[in-house]
Design a protein around this ligand. Structure first.
Ligand SMILES: [Zn+2]
Length: 287
């Protein structure tokens, strides 16, 4: 019998909650299948808006610590054990939304030296040797400074790691195909009267939406929908879930996707849409 190569997936995210919203089903699926799933989160989300009134007293470092607890609970729900904060918890702080004075805080991730932060991430890449790395597109999916910076740091870390001996075979950006987004929001509008949410977001509010042709990969995580919903619920300061929908602090309902979509940006672009992030990863890349 030929042994399957051990599969290693790394995800780079800006704040606690991004991993569950974007990739929760994917993470749960690969963890359940025995792949090593490594999450690197770059900040503790200290500037996030808190939804539950009873937790609104939390801000700054106290909120960061609370969100670290939420992250641990969420990743436990996903079956993911390898969870790291870039440079250690608190090394980089949340930069807040674009254009706010928060962005000028010298300790915030937006002000980080990209090469320095990428060097820290490259150390993790060299240790874990992932065959697959997932992060955001160059706009961070929707323009949040920490998401843009996570993209820059992740892409630079891939270059640095390649120079130092581990070339990540496949790098993906989080995506949603426009047709899927449009159909999901049409369904949401029909369902809204029966939901505990008053208003719906729009396709334009959704990060990473692109024309269908750019999406190379769809990972069906339907069997892990409950784990994804549980992980999102664990981020109670940030998310309210009513499956198959949820809201963030803006209180605009949006779909909770259990098939998650990706665009392959490093590695040979497949002729047909893949259903597995590890498709085509050879045995030579297994060690
Ligand atoms: Zn975020």
């Amino acid at each position: 019998m030929t042994e399957l190569p051990e599969r290693r997936l790394m995800l780079v995210h800006a704040h606690p909650d991004d991993e569950s919203i974007n990739n929760g089903a994917t993470m749960a699926r690969y963890a359940a299948e025995g792949a090593r799933v490594t999450l690197v989160t770059c900040t503790l989300g200290e500037r996030g808006e808190v939804i539950p009134p009873e937790l609104r007293h939390l801000s700054g470092a106290a909120l960061g610590q609370h969100r670290l607890g939420e992250l641990k609970e969420a990743t436990r729900a996903l079956g993911v054990e390898d969870v790291r904060l870039l440079g250690g918890a608190g090394r980089y702080s949340d930069s807040g939304m674009m254009g706010l004075p928060d962005n000028d805080d010298p300790g915030c991730f937006w002000q980080a030296d990209v090469d320095q932060a990428a060097g820290l991430l490259a150390e993790v890449v060299l240790e874990v040797r992932p065959q697959v790395l997932v992060t955001y597109d160059e706009n961070g999916g929707y323009g949040h400074p920490d998401h843009i910076q996570a993209h820059r740091v992740a892409m630079r870390a891939v270059e640095l790691a390649a120079d130092a001996g581990w070339s990540v075979p496949k790098v993906y950006w989080n995506r949603v195909p426009r047709s899927v987004a449009e159909q999901s929001f049409a369904r949401l509008h029909d369902d809204l009267p029966g939901l505990p949410f008053d208003k719906a977001a729009t396709v334009d509010d959704l990060p990473g939406v692109v024309d269908d042709g750019r999406v190379t990969t769809a990972v069906d995580g339907g069997a892990h929908a409950a784990a994804k919903a549980a992980a999102m619920r664990a981020h109670a300061t940030q998310i309210t879930v009513a499956e198959p929908y949820f809201v963030l602090s803006n209180e605009l309902a949006q779909p909770l996707f259990t098939t998650e979509y990706y665009e392959l940006v490093r590695g040979g672009r497949p002729a047909e849409r893949e259903s597995d992030l590890f498709a085509g990863v050879g045995a030579e890349e297994a060690s």
